[in-house]
Design a protein around this ligand. Structure first.
Ligand code: SAM
Ligand code: SF4
Length: 326
């Protein structure tokens, strides 16, 4: 059996692939305003290198790949990379996380390339507030979302980071928006990644309170979502709307973690909230064979820690979420 099993018996079957650490937005919980310390383009894995690494993972039983970043659509020719990855034997679920600012232009090409599912970050439906949180224009994101719908992506999941005193008054509006457009909605707790994430964590809101609040207004039934990952879902009775709660802080889900993260420079991160990592770029550039690459991936997986310690050690992770793609 070729499967990748970590030291805690968890099967690794999902890679989140960061294709750039750059972004056209500056969400205040993610990337600092004047941030310039990006990876050098020479250090970025090229498409052929990414294809080799994902090919090795696929031979080891990884079937799901998510393109993320930074903003993945900032990477030139992303649909071409998507098509190459979708064709790899063993990869049967290719998805994308995006801020959607450029989705209007690329949705159709991504769909044709074989991207099957989309997650879009959207924390507010108010243009002024969107500008304050992200520095960008809400109208572009809304145009991107409509293009995704028109291109046939279903479900489209909306990811909303809920922050006390920032956007927690919009939870019900977001439910109405997702009902209207047939999107799936997921709420996310802030994580103390980097100084931006830590500063946002002062606006942390336990999502159990959001769930209780929605429970007063809607009848919430237990829900399931294929490929739902760590989110716990409810369904709004009498509607198709599913709402997921991603609660890394109030109820962590490390015991079912099935993923690792590959950053744009070829560093494999074993956990969002820990430092364990393994450098694959030197191997790739030294001409490692496929067998050597697979052996390296196996070795890397032995480093996977049991769980994050965002609560116990909120100051531990200095890298921003944009480096590893969330
Ligand atoms: N740019 C794309 C996007 O925004 O969807 C993909 C990368 S982004 C880093 C992935 C996810 O991480 C987004 O849903 C974003 O809201 C989330 N994120 C970033 N920083 C976070 C933090 N400190 N706490 C919780 N979620 C965070
Ligand atoms: Fe960019 Fe996504 Fe981070 Fe926002 S959350 S700054 S869109 S990478």
């Amino acid at each position: 059996m070729n499967a990748l099993i970590d030291p805690f018996g968890r099967r690794i079957e999902y890679v989140r692939l960061s294709v750039t650490d750059r972004c056209d937005l500056r969400c205040d919980y993610c990337m600092p305003k004047g941030f310039r310390d990006f990876q050098e383009p020479d250090d970025w894995l090229r498409f052929d290198e990414i294809e080799r690494v994902i090919g090795a993972f696929a031979r080891l039983g990884v079937s799901r790949v998510r393109l993320t970043g930074g903003e993945p659509l900032v990477r030139r020719d992303l649909p071409e990379l998507a098509a190459r990855l979708a064709r790899l034997p063993g990869v049967d679920d290719l998805s994308l996380s995006t801020n959607a600012t450029r989705l209007n232009k690329h949705a159709q090409a991504l769909r044709e390339a074989g991207v099957s599912r989309l997650n879009v970050s959207l924390d507010t439906l108010r243009a002024e507030r969107f500008k304050q949180i992200t520095g960008g224009k809400l109208e572009k994101v809304l145009a991107g979302l409509m293009a995704a719908k028109a291109a046939g992506f279903a479900p489209v999941k909306i990811n909303m980071v809920v922050m006390r005193g920032v956007n927690d008054d919009e939870v019900e509006d977001m439910v109405a928006f997702c009902l209207e457009h047939d999107f799936t909605l997921r709420f996310i707790e802030t994580m103390p990644m980097g100084k931006t994430g830590r500063s946002a964590s002062s606006r942390y809101l336990d999502l159990q309170t959001v769930r209780a609040r929605l429970g007063e207004r809607y009848e919430l039934l237990p829900g399931v979502m294929p490929g739902g990952g760590p989110a716990r879902y409810v369904q709004v009775a009498g509607t198709p709307l599913r709402i997921g709660f991603i609660t890394p802080i109030s109820q962590h889900f490390c015991e079912t973690c099935n993923r690792v993260r590959l950053s744009v420079d070829g560093t494999l991160y074993m956990c969002l909230g820990q430092e364990e990592r393994f450098e694959l770029r030197p191997l790739l550039r030294a001409g490692a064979s496929d067998a050597e690459l697979e052996a390296a991936v196996r070795e890397a997986i032995t480093l996977k820690p049991e769980r994050h310690e965002f609560r116990e050690e909120p100051g531990k992770i200095v890298r921003f979420m944009s480096m590893t793609g969330g």
